[in-house]
Design a protein around this ligand. Structure first.
Ligand code: NIG
Ligand code: FE
Length: 419
C-alpha cells in the first residue's frame, strides 16, 4: 500500500482555496477560501493526495506507519504564499535614500540624479556571481521563513545585454539551489542607463536583449517600467509587442507614480498582469476587467513611498478585476520580503477582507505567474506547498503584524523551515 509521506491534521482552520484553479477569482468569489474546520491534508511524493476533515484523512488508506504526522491543533493551515512580483536579484542596499525621502525628494528625482535604480545597477554590476548569489540567497531564505514558496524574480539591475543575461542565468541557478520555485522575468526596460536616450535603449532591449533572452529560454515573462520619465507608453508598447512575438508572456509596471495609460496599454496587449496601478484611471480599470488582466497590487511599496496613496482595490474588485498581492521586494521602493506584512497592509489600506487578501496572495498570485496548475491551493494533485501558521483563526493573520506568524513551511511535502 502506498502511504502519504506527510500528513497535517487537526488544523483549527485549513484554507484550501479550492475551485479557483481554472481562472483567477474575481469579485465575490475572492471571498470563497474553501475553509475546512478541523482540517487535514496529506502529501505523497511531493503532491497532495488528500484534503478534508481530520477524521476522514486520518481514517483513510493514506496514513501508514512511515507517515510523518503534524498536529496543527489551534493553528491555521494555508497554501504557501506566492509572491508574484519581486526584484530580489541585486547587490547592495540603499538606506542612504531614506533621508532624501524624508526631506521630500521624489523617487523619480533620485533616479534622474543617477541614484535609485541606477545606484543598484552599479553595485550589482560590481558584484561577482558568487556575491550576487549569496546576497540573493539570503533574501530568498527570509522570504521562505515568511511563508513564500513560489516567487517571480525580475532582472533589471544589469541594463546591458551581458548583465541582464547574467541575472537571468543566476535566477535559474538559484531556482535549483533552494526550496522556493522561481519564475524568471526579463525586465531590461527597468531604467534608461546613462549615455543613452530612451529611444536608443529601447532599440537595444528590442533588437539585442529580447531575441537573446528568448533564444536561450531564460525568461517566462517580459516586464517594463511604463512610467512618464522612464519608459513611455510608446516605448513600452514596442518592447512588449516584441516580447509577445518571441512567445514571452507579459507584465507591466503601470500607473505607479502617474496616470499615463499604462493599464490601458496592458489591457490592449493582453498582459497576464498589470502591477502597481496606484494612479490607474477608471477607463484603465474597466479595460483590465474586460481583458481579465490580473491587477498585482503592491501595498508595501505604497507604504514605503510614504505618500498616503494606495491602489483603488475596492473599485477594481467591484469592476471585476482579479486581484493579486506581492511584495515588490527591491532595495528602493520596497525593501521587505514579507508577504504577511503585505496582507496586513492590504487589509488596512486596500480595504480587502482577510479572505480576499489571502486569495490574492495564493491562488490569484499563482495565476499571475502561470503556476496555477501546481501552486496556490490545497487540492489533490497540486504540489504540497503548505504553511502551518501560528494563528488561531484567519482574521488573526493580518491583525497581528510586525512579527512572523509562520510556524512551519512545507515545500513539495518536505519541511523546509520551522520556527
Ligand atoms: O517596482 N518601479 C520600478 N521598479 C521597482 C523599484 C526598483 C528600485 O527602486 O530599485 C518598483 O517599485
Ligand atoms: Fe516592481
Amino acid at each position: 500500500m502506498k502511504h502519504a509521506d506527510l500528513l497535517i491534521h487537526s488544523a483549527a482552520a485549513l484554507v484550501t482555496m479550492a475551485g479557483h484553479s481554472a481562472g483567477p477569482a474575481r469579485g465575490a468569489a475572492m471571498s470563497e477560501v474553501g475553509l475546512i474546520e478541523n482540517g487535514a491534508v496529506a502529501v505523497r511524493e511531493g503532491n497532495i493526495v488528500a484534503v478534508g476533515l481530520t477524521e476522514d484523512v486520518l481514517g483513510s488508506e493514506w496514513l501508514g506507519p512511515d507517515t510523518v504526522q503534524i498536529n496543527a491543533q489551534g493553528k491555521v493551515v494555508t497554501p504557501g504564499f506566492v509572491d508574484p512580483h519581486t526584484h530580489v536579484i541585486y547587490a547592495g542596499s540603499r538606506e542612504h535614500e531614506l533621508s532624501l525621502k524624508l526631506k521630500g525628494v521624489p523617487y523619480l528625482d533620485i533616479l534622474k540624479q543617477g541614484g535609485g535604480i541606477l545606484s543598484t545597477v552599479r553595485s550589482t554590476r560590481q558584484a561577482t556571481d558568487e556575491e550576487l548569489k549569496a546576497q540573493t540567497s539570503r533574501r530568498l531564505r527570509t522570504m521562505l521563513s515568511l511563508g513564500t514558496t513560489t516567487a517571480e524574480v525580475k532582472s533589471g539591475y544589469g541594463l546591458t545585454l551581458e548583465e541582464e543575461l547574467r541575472a537571468l542565468r543566476l535566477i535559474k541557478e538559484l531556482d535549483q539551489a533552494q526550496p522556493i520555485d522561481l519564475v524568471p522575468t526579463f525586465m531590461g526596460a527597468h531604467a534608461v542607463p546613462p549615455g543613452y536616450s530612451e529611444e536608443e535603449f529601447t532599440d537595444i532591449v528590442v533588437n539585442d536583449m529580447l531575441p537573446q533572452v528568448a533564444s536561450e529560454a531564460l525568461a517566462e515573462f517580459c516586464d517594463v517600467f511604463c512610467e512618464p520619465g522612464v519608459f513611455s507608453v510608446q516605448s513600452s508598447e514596442r518592447i512588449l509587442k516584441k516580447a509577445k512575438e518571441l512567445n514571452l508572456k507579459l507584465k507591466i509596471h503601470a500607473d505607479e507614480l502617474d496616470s499615463a495609460g499604462g493599464a490601458e496599454l496592458g489591457a490592449k496587449l493582453g498582459v497576464t498582469s498589470a502591477d502597481h496601478l496606484l494612479q490607474a484611471s477608471d477607463e484603465g480599470i474597466a479595460a483590465l476587467a474586460k481583458q481579465g488582466v490580473i491587477a498585482v497590487l503592491l501595498p508595501a511599496t505604497s507604504f514605503n513611498l510614504a505618500k498616503n496613496s494606495y491602489a483603488r482595490a475596492r473599485a477594481m474588485l467591484q469592476a471585476n478585476v482579479p486581484l493579486a498581492l506581492a511584495t515588490d521586494s527591491n532595495p528602493g521602493s520596497s525593501p521587505t520580503e514579507s508577504m504577511p506584512l503585505v496582507l496586513t497592509l492590504a487589509c488596512l489600506y486596500l480595504r480587502l477582507t482577510p479572505e480576499e487578501a489571502l486569495t490574492a496572495a495564493t491562488i490569484n498570485a499563482a495565476h499571475a505567474v502561470g503556476r496555477s496548475d501546481r501552486a496556490g491551493s490545497l487540492e489533490v494533485g497540486k504540489q504540497g506547498d503548505i504553511l502551518v501558521l501560528d494563528v488561531p483563526n484567519l482574521n488573526y493573520l493580518p491583525y497581528h503584524f510586525g512579527h512572523n506568524p509562520v510556524n512551519m513551511v512545507i515545500k513539495r511535502g518536505k519541511i523546509v523551515w520551522e520556527a
